[in-house]
Design a protein around this ligand. Structure first.
Ligand SMILES: NC(=O)c1ccc[n+]([C@@H]2O[C@H](COP(=O)([O-])OP(=O)(O)OC[C@H]3O[C@@H](n4cnc5c(N)ncnc54)[C@H](O)[C@@H]3O)[C@@H](O)[C@H]2O)c1
Ligand SMILES: [Zn+2]
Length: 354
């Protein structure tokens, strides 16, 4: 799988235009959702290559990351003369880059795609790394493919219109990237004040650092046979929290569930791999400062454990954790006994007083 190019933009419009001018395609299409059409597309309207380009707009929200919407995208592409040599520009959050990537991967066995992420989650995670997909049969990301875009253009200017909850959601993946990478990245992420007035140029530099962590890991192991599992840190328990929150009818954003998962999995890392306790306390303090508590009680423990046993990353029915022995010291394929897992749920609740 070829690695995609990632451009951390200083002058998005100019950089985009230069790239597009040098690219050989016959027709350009733009995919947005109903929010990014209004909030993000106007920032790019006067890019010369975008003039007169058909804009395909899907409903916003993850429930629309569906086969019906993919079918709508395919129909538009087909009816408006797209060929294998056409270009689909995905302008949006992870929902748009995942679904546009998948529609692009499958239309005439694959046309060219470019991602322009407009959420923090998409900038540091979803738009990069080549995983595309849609939800199906009530299951998240059940259908998909590995299909990297030709290029990803990242510019935090888009985040000016993003709400705080979605900003925090993306930031959780930056905390994860910091924990699995280096002490320097970790220090900058822990020092960032999410309550201060946002300096988007500074955030763009932090995003560059964060996305480089994912790029490096994906390059080493594109199809997740080994070290790419590092990117699952916080996600085994995080996904269980996310699913429980849906069952309780009070859905958490993915990154908020991951932040809670990071706390539980750092506890396991401390108990089983000697992750230093001072760093554990520091991360708990940071997450508590900014993220709302996820409320559950011990009656939910069986459901949470059951949800973990169904995680699609498990092999032979064994719950597979990625843990840390220190910042940047990743241990994949860790099996953890049930008692310890339940303790880590206690730890989250006690940390939050929840
Ligand atoms: N492929 C991967 O490796 C990968 C990794 C992580 C997440 N994902 C996927 O990404 C999706 C989540 O991505 P997300 O968190 O970006 O959600 P999202 O794309 O649904 O965006 C969240 C909300 O913000 C709105 N929005 C987007 N940009 C905006 C802007 N600049 N200003 C104002 N509003 C804006 C959207 O319309 C939506 O309502 C999930 O489907 C998840 O499965 C994929
Ligand atoms: Zn995630």
């Amino acid at each position: 799988m070829a690695a995609q190019k990632v451009v951390i933009c200083k002058e998005l419009k100019a950089e985009l235009q230069d790239f597009l001018a040098a690219m050989n395609y016959d027709k350009l299409f733009i995919l947005t959702d109903t929010n990014t059409q209004v909030k993000c597309f106007p920032l790019l309207k006067d890019v010369p290559a975008f003039r007169n380009a058909p804009v395909i707009t899907v409903e916003a929200g993850d429930t629309h990351k569906s086969l019906e919407q993919v079918s709508h995208i395919w129909s538009r592409l087909s009816n408006e003369g797209a060929s294998r040599n056409s270009l689909l520009v995905n302008l949006g959050g992870g929902m748009v880059t995942d679904m546009g990537g998948f529609a692009g991967a499958t239309f005439k066995r694959g046309l060219h795609t470019v991602n322009i992420p407009t959420t923090l989650m998409a900038s540091v995670d979803a738009a990069v790394g080549g995983k595309t997909g849609i939800n199906f049969n009530g299951l998240k990301n059940e259908i998909g493919s590995f299909y990297p875009p030709e290029c990803v253009f990242i510019d935090c200017e888009f985040l000016r219109t993003l709400d705080r909850d979605n900003l925090l959601s993306g930031y959780a993946e930056m905390i994860k990237h910091a924990l699995i990478s280096s002490v320097d990245t970790y220090a900058s992420v822990m020092l960032f004040d999410l309550d201060a007035e946002m300096d988007y140029a500074f955030l763009n530099r932090m995003v560059a650092q964060s996305v480089a962590v994912k790029e490096r890991i994906v390059k080493e192991d594109p199809k997740e046979h080994g070290i790419r599992k590092a990117l699952n840190f916080g996600h085994t328990i995080g996904h269980a929290y996310e699913s429980l929150s849906f069952k309780k009818g009070n859905p958490l954003l993915h990154g908020h569930a991951v932040a809670a998962g990071i706390i539980s999995e750092l506890y396991l890392s401390h108990k089983l791999c000697d992750f230093p306790v001072d760093k554990l306390s520091q991360v708990v303090y940071y997450i508590k400062e900014y993220y709302p508590a996820f409320i559950f009680d011990c009656k939910d423990y069986d459901t949470l454990y059951e949800l973990m046993t169904h995680d699609k990353k498990n092999e032979a029915g064994i719950i597979n954790f990625t843990l840390l022995a220190g910042i940047g010291d990743v241990r994949i394929n860790q099996q953890v006994e049930k008692g310890k897992i339940l303790e880590s749920l206690d730890f989250y609740r006690e940390s939050f007083g929840a």
